[in-house]
Each structure stands twice: as structure tokens, then as C-alpha cells.
Design a protein. Structure first.
Length: 414
């Protein structure tokens, strides 16, 4: 159950919802005395709250009305389910045959793709010391371990199987897997591999979305709550900023920061790197945290239209994080006078939330590593494994295939 549904249960349990004909009045949780109007339709329910206006998806107020209708108490206090209203959810087509085949062969195909990808990494020369494990073997072992979500000891049987298939030249000890992730030299290679792993879908993705999400760690920090005057331990976390395609959910660029970094300043780099890698960008969607004249301009320079909603205090002729610009005024008037058309494009932003859900559901939302460098490398390995899984799915559903060469990638169609 998602967060909006949990809040809806709280509204339905603690607040009084008033029915007036075909509409419902639902009290606001954040603004005292305010109410939102919900028009409940089996296929396309509507709400007057800002959340529904931006997302055009069921908000907590719609969920609260649905729960209230489903639960109807009798005078004796017994709870019965009324069948006078049946709630139907919008569904989307899925090529289940291709999906099932991709899932059944994902683990073996991922190892093959990861092996071919690691072979393109230039091997640094060693002039002294004991012979070390090759960089390709280190990255393969680290990424495959993150994909498995197993502990290092239990993962060794999978790594032995990978060695028998020829994916690594030497079997490392399980303790070595921890040391690999702690190497700072590994980080730029992982950033590069995430970018490279997205290139086969250049011909597929034209619309993109930007957002960030936190990944918790096993470390805690002492926090002084000024309001209540007490100390408490809070879990530390890292923030992953990424840009993804809205059709396949492939991650085209990524940045890792501390948990309290400002999202706005990462937008420019994510958009610029995606454009530099050859993607034909037409639209970029992001939430209000990225609103600013500079971000609008950098998106336009890549040939794309920025769909970033304006804040309630935004005015024409005055841009945040930048000087006044004609672009700001044009997008401001487009947002205000063609709101429905604007939001149709902006709603593609929900796909970036789907991307984070795919990563966290499959590889976990917690970083197990202890040091900061290892946590960054672990997060990048999660993104890399996600991209490889997307490539496998795209090969079965869209008929595209990634081929690794000395030029890193070639994009072929079957």
C-alpha cells in the first residue's frame, strides 16, 4: 500500500466526509478548515486538490472517499461492504509473453551483457607488486553481487558458476568484494558504464523525466531537535539524482549526493550529459523543485521543451535562479492559459517515480556498505544493473539488441 493510500485511511477514519449529490467534500490534512471537492466516477474520478491537478491520478482524497463508500456501518456497529459503487482502476497493456520470457532468462542474459560491457573497459598497466585482479573482473563481480542482493558469502556459489562460464578469469575471495566497492577509482568507471548502458536505446527514447530519491544507509547521526529540545538518532542516507526515458525507464545520466543536497542544481548536468550522449531530446519533465530560468534555458538548448510546473508565487517577467527571460514568460503563460495541455506532457514525469520503484523493489532501498565511497559505488551498481535489466526487457519487447565493441556500443535492430 502506497503512502497516499495510508493517508487516505487516516482521513477516512478521523475526518468527516460530506456527500452532496454526486460530489464529496473532503477536509484537508494540511490546511485547517479547507476542503476539497471530489467527483467520483468509476473510470475518471476528479479532485480539486493540487496533487490531482498535477498528476491526474488518484490522490489521497479520492482514496478516502472510496474507502468511505466501501465501509458502511450498520446501527448495530457491524461493518458491511456496500456494492452500490464499484471502483475500477485504469490498466495499461502489457506484452506478458515477452515479459515472462525476459524474466525467465534475465539472470543469464544479464551476466552475458555485463561481461561484454566490462570487456570494453581499458585495463590499467601494473608496474610493480603482486598481480592483481583485472578491472573487468572487479566490476563484474561487484555489480553481479549487487544484482543478486545476497550476502558476500552466499553469493560465492553464483560467482563460481560465473567463472565456470568464463565471465571472470579468477575467483576472488568474498572479503575482496567489500574492498572492491571501497575503491574510489571504481566510481568514475561505474558512472561511465551507466551512461554507456543507456546508449542502445537512443533511437527509442525522446521524452525524459528528472527526479531524485533517497537510499538509506546503516549509519546514524546524532540530531538535536530544536523544537522539542531533545536529541535523537537519525539514519543517514544518500540521494540519487537521475534522468530517465519515460518509455523504457532507462537511466541516461545519474549523480549521487548527500541526503540534504538541493535538487535544483543537479538538473543542468543531467540534461546536458544526456544531450551530449546523442539522445534526440524532445521533452523534459520535472517537478517544481527544478523550476528556474537557468534550467528552462539549458533544456531548450538541447532542443527539448521543459515541462516544469510553476509555483503559486511565480509571476511573469521574474525568474528564480536567473535573470528575466522571454522563455520564462512564454512557459509561464503556456502553463496558466493552456493548463490541461501542459499537464498532459508533465504527467510523463510519473515514469521517473516508476524507475525508482523498479530499482528499490528489485535491488533494495537500503545501502549495505559502511563507508561513503562504497555506498556511492553500491548505488551506482544498482543503477547499472537496472539499465541492463531494461535492455533485456527491451530486447524481448521492442526487438532491439545491444552489441559491445571496441567503440563501446553499437545499436542494432533485429
Amino acid at each position: 500500500m502506497e503512502e497516499r493510500e495510508l493517508k487516505a485511511l487516516e482521513i477516512a477514519a478521523k475526518s468527516k466526509l460530506t456527500r452532496r449529490g454526486k460530489t464529496w467534500l473532503v477536509p484537508s490534512q494540511s490546511v485547517r478548515g479547507a476542503q476539497y471537492t471530489v467527483k467520483l466516477d468509476p473510470n475518471e474520478p476528479e479532485c480539486s486538490c493540487p496533487d490531482f491537478e498535477c498528476r491526474k491520478l488518484r490522490c489521497k482524497h479520492i482514496f478516502a472517499v472510496e474507502y468511505t463508500i466501501e465501509r458502511d456501518e450498520t446501527p448495530e456497529g457491524e461493518t458491511v461492504v456496500t456494492e452500490s459503487f464499484k471502483v475500477t482502476r485504469r490498466t495499461y497493456p502489457q506484452d506478458w509473453k515477452a515479459y515472462n520470457v525476459a524474466q525467465q532468462h534475465e539472470k543469464s542474459e544479464l551476466q552475458s551483457l555485463l561481461y561484454e560491457l566490462c570487456r570494453t573497459i581499458p585495463e590499467p598497466e601494473q608496474y610493480r607488486g603482486r598481480p592483481r585482479l583485472s578491472l573487468a573482473d572487479i566490476i563484474f563481480s561487484s555489480a553481479f553481487k549487487i544484482y543478486s542482493t545476497l550476502s558476500a558469502r552466499r553469493f560465492m556459489s553464483d560467482l563460481r558458476d560465473a567463472k565456470e562460464r568464463g565471465y571472470i578469469s579468477k575467483l576472488p575471495a568474498y572479503n575482496s568484494l567489500f574492498r572492491y566497492l571501497e575503491a574510489e577509482s571504481l566510481t568514475p568507471h561505474l558512472y561511465q558504464l551507466v551512461t554507456v548502458s543507456s546508449l542502445p536505446l537512443k533511437a527509442v527514447e525522446t521524452d525524459f523525466a528528472v527526479d531524485s530519491s533517497g537510499f538509506s544507509t546503516g549509519q546514524f547521526v546524532r540530531w538535536l531537535d530544536v523544537k522539542y529540545g531533545k536529541q535523537e538518532d537519525r539514519r543517514m542516507w544518500l540521494k540519487v539524482h537521475l534522468m530517465c526515458g519515460v518509455k523504457t525507464n532507462i537511466v541516461t545520466s545519474v549523480e549521487i549526493s548527500d541526503g540534504y543536497a538541493n535538487d535544483y542544481h543537479y538538473f543542468k548536468g543531467l540534461v546536458a550529459r544526456t544531450g551530449e550522449n546523442g539522445f534526440n531530446m524532445k521533452e523534459v519533465s520535472a517537478d517544481k523543485a527544478y523550476l528556474g530560468g537557468e534550467n528552462l534555458l539549458v533544456t531548450l538548448r538541447q532542443g527539448a521543451i521543459p515541462y516544469i510546473p510553476f509555483k503559486s508565487n511565480s509571476i511573469a517577467g521574474q525568474s528564480t535562479y536567473g535573470a528575466k527571460s522571454e522563455l520564462w514568460d512564454r512557459m509561464f503563460h503556456f502553463y496558466n492559459f493552456h493548463r490541461e495541455e501542459f499537464l498532459q506532457h508533465y504527467h510523463k514525469r510519473s515514469n521517473v517515480e516508476t524507475t525508482f520503484h523498479m530499482i528499490k523493489a528489485k535491488f533494495g532501498q537500503r545501502l549495505r556498505s559502511k563507508t561513503l565511497t562504497a555506498q556511492i559505488n553500491e548505488a551506482l551498481c544498482k543503477i547499472l544493473c537496472h539499465n541492463l535489466c531494461v535492455l533485456i526487457q527491451s530486447a524481448h519487447e521492442l526487438g532491439v539488441e545491444a552489441v559491445f565493441t571496441d567503440e563501446l556500443w553499437q545499436f542494432n535492430e533485429r
